[in-house]
Design a protein around this ligand. Structure first.
Ligand code: ATP
Length: 358
């Protein structure tokens, strides 16, 4: 297995920007995801790692080997494409064996390796089926087996689940993760689906408009988004505008639109947020960290009117208007009476779950 390093990599298509200044080191054996909306540059970055595009600037290394301008077939990467790119008129066996035949492996070794792969992706007994006789999920597994059979150092997956229905997508997500852990293979995964990225990855790179926004573990990205874009792209969040009312040591006070001052907020990881008295800031508050207050006396308790109440059985969700802002909250149903639209409610926002997002 190999680490992957991109050093200040840029890709331009004529005058058009593809990606700008991608600078990452992916550890050997890591599951690393490029996440972002359509057109943000995920596929372009993956294609540069595969060798289908060469960078306009910058360097790519696999371990200590520089591969910046090495063609795809000399890189030892396995790739799964969004549409699988299987050969429809060939059998499952022939599809998986293709890369081995190109590499001129003996018949016996080809047979052994293909059978091992079919077992690994749970396709035993399907060798003679034609691709057009398979379900979408089975085709996806053939594509995975075909990528893995060449024993690549790095596995590249470009939106591999997007053609599957929701249930199958979830099952296959676990399947890919299981394979990756079993093989310990360095895996780079491209998706626009934040739940996929969060559930599978060791680390995620969030991209927008060809630029890297944040790199971190799912936990870091969720809890310490560096800007508004990341905060709202990953999960649900309340973004509240406020003004810094004061700073004491490591703790910041912010006045929000209801006039209330939220206290004890920690300066978080975001270097681009200017935290000085009088500065405008955006706070990110996750709905699941907002709690209905029983006493109304905890620090950072706000009072508002319920705009929308939703009872799902397991959870009670409210949208509450507080000053000029709305606050979404989501809590486990503890059997308390559910508030109705127009009721007054006191909500406690623990200081450790309020972040600066801009
Ligand atoms: P999607 O999820 O829709 O595939 P993406 O995040 O993978 O999107 P890219 O396909 O990497 O985005 O595209 C990044 C930018 O580069 C886009 O603005 C796109 O229009 C541009 N781009 C990509 N490939 C080319 C190309 N071959 N020629 C010109 N522009 C391109």
């Amino acid at each position: 297995m190999s680490s992957v390093t991109l050093e200040h990599v840029h890709k331009r298509f004529g005058q058009a920007k593809g990606v700008e200044d991608v600078h990452i080191h992916i550890e050997s054996g890591e599951f690393f995801t490029f996440l972002g909306p359509s057109g943000c540059g995920k596929t372009t970055t993956l294609r540069m790692i595969a060798g289908f595009y060469f960078p306009t600037e910058g360097q790519i290394r696999f371990g200590s080997r520089e591969v910046t301008s090495v063609p795809p077939h000399k890189r030892n990467t396995g790739m799964v494409f969004q549409n699988y790119a299987l050969f429809p008129h060939m059998t499952v066996f022939e599809n998986i064996a293709f890369g081995l035949q190109v590499r001129k492996l003996s018949r016996t070794e080809t047979q052994e390796r293909v059978e091992k792969m079919m077992k690994l992706v749970r396709l035993e007994g399907y060798g003679e089926r034609r691709i057009d006789q398979l379900s979408g999920g089975q085709q996806q597994r053939v594509a995975l087996a075909r990528a893995l059979v060449i024993e690549p150092q790095i596995l590249l997956l470009d939106e591999p689940l997007s053609n599957l229905d929701a249930k199958l997508r979830e099952e296959t997500r676990f399947e890919i993760k299981r394979l990756q852990l079993e093989l310990g293979i360095t895996t780079i995964y491209v998706t626009h689906d934040q739940a996929e990225a969060m559930s599978m990855s060791d680390r995620i790179m969030v991209m927008q408009s060809g630029e890297v926004q944040q790199i971190g573990t799912p936990h870091d990205i969720y809890h310490r988004p560096v800007n508004r874009f990341v905060a709202s792209f990953i999960g649900e969040t309340n973004l509240w505008e406020g003004t810094v009312a004061g700073i004491e040591g490591d703790e910041v006070q912010v006045r929000v639109s209801s006039g209330q001052i939220l206290t004890g907020l920690k300066k978080n990881a975001s270097p681009q947020v200017r935290l000085a008295a009088g500065e405008k800031v955006t706070l990110s508050i996750r709905p699941e960290s907002v709690m209905e207050s029983t006493t109304g006396e905890e620090a950072n308790t706000v009072t508002g009117a319920v705009v929308l109440a939703e009872f799902t059985g397991a959870c009670v969700n409210y949208v509450t208007s507080v000053g000029d802002e709305q606050l979404r909250s989501m809590s486990i149903n503890l059997g308390r009476p559910v508030k109705q639209r127009g009721d007054t409610i006191k909500l406690h926002i623990p200081k450790e779950s309020i972040y600066f997002a801009g």
